[in-house]
Design a protein around this ligand. Sequence first.
Ligand SMILES: Nc1ncnc2c1ncn2[C@@H]1O[C@H](COP(=O)(O)OP(=O)(O)O)[C@@H](O)[C@H]1O
Ligand SMILES: [Mg+2]
Length: 374
Amino acid sequence: MLSRTQIKDIVFSIPILKKYYTKKRVANGSLIPLNEIHTVLDVAPNVYLEKPISLNLKVGLVKDGHEYEGFVKARAYYPKYERFLRNNNIAFAYYDIFAHDWQVKARDFDVVIWHTESDPSTQDIATNKIYVLEKLMGKKCLPSFDEIWSYEDKINAHYLYKHYNLPEIPTFVTHSKRDAIAYVNKVKFPIISKLATGSSSFGVVKLKDKNAAVRLINESFSFKGAKTYFPFQRQKNYLLFQEFIEDATFDLRIMVVGDKLFGYYRYPNAGDFKASGAGNYERKEIPSQALDLAFKVREKFQSVFLATDLLFSQKTQKYYIIESSIFIGIDTSAQLKLNNVPGYYRRISEGNYTFNKGKFWVQELALNELLKGK
Ligand SMILES: Nc1ncnc2c1ncn2[C@@H]1O[C@H](COP(=O)(O)OP(=O)(O)O)[C@@H](O)[C@H]1O
Ligand SMILES: [Mg+2]
């Protein structure tokens, strides 16, 4: 199956197709003319820092989602970041971090804000550049080096869950072929196999028996590695296997930023087990047990914003972590709804949350956390 990015590449290479596609995206609201962006943003009130920021601070803002001239993607983060910066009188300039002179340009900034796209190429570029910006030049970065290190990297995230004793879906990660073979010789099938980096379930497969698993192990440890849905990257010398949680019926995504929590449920299509990318959402109450877990994961990850996806197993009556993301697709300023009323849960203490009404661009709340007290 072609990924969205591959389809986009083809469409973008043919001008008439690009024009048609742009028109279609504007009609369905996923692309917005730049001069109309305020009408989209204004559905949620501004977010203001409690105390004004130090006067000489300057922010470098990297633009995302702006590859259609004159338009911006509804999901782009930078317009929300920009609104927050303007409303709080924080000096900023757009920052082209992809160009050759990014290190020289960085000297102008104290803070760099960048919604990194979720593909492996951008992750690689971002991890290395943020290392230089943060560790060598002393810039404050969103994402920080620690945040980018585990973002869209299911292997690194697994190391963190393990280290902090967080209840992830039972996961086996190895870089040893012998070890992988020994695992599939004793495991109960089916199992789940995942790419280290992937989204919308594209890199997730169910392996029905040992033959299928051994085939993948052989490919991964071959000279070329196994093909992935990214034409530029292969699965090489690693396996990430998980127990298949067969009695899970939904994904529960919980966002945590400061003491505010938001979230919603996602469901797989009939006959499938993968809720990610299926597009079936429901916004309703979230049990405090799940809120507690998502809050704890954000604390351990030390990120300003973290969305943690959970599965619930009927059999064990427990939540398990699927994955955590510092960036997610944000389509609305109503990320949580109770009886159709937008709002958030405020954490009072463990097990104790109150619902408060309101609409928010969670990207603004993230900047508020990042810059408060600066
Ligand atoms: N071990 C598992 N057992 C059962 N279902 C799973 C398991 N892991 C993932 N899923 C389902 O597959 C979907 C995709 O997996 P996920 O790891 O979140 O990949 P992606 O990064 O593509 O979203 C999840 O949203 C969940 O519904
Ligand atoms: Mg997912």
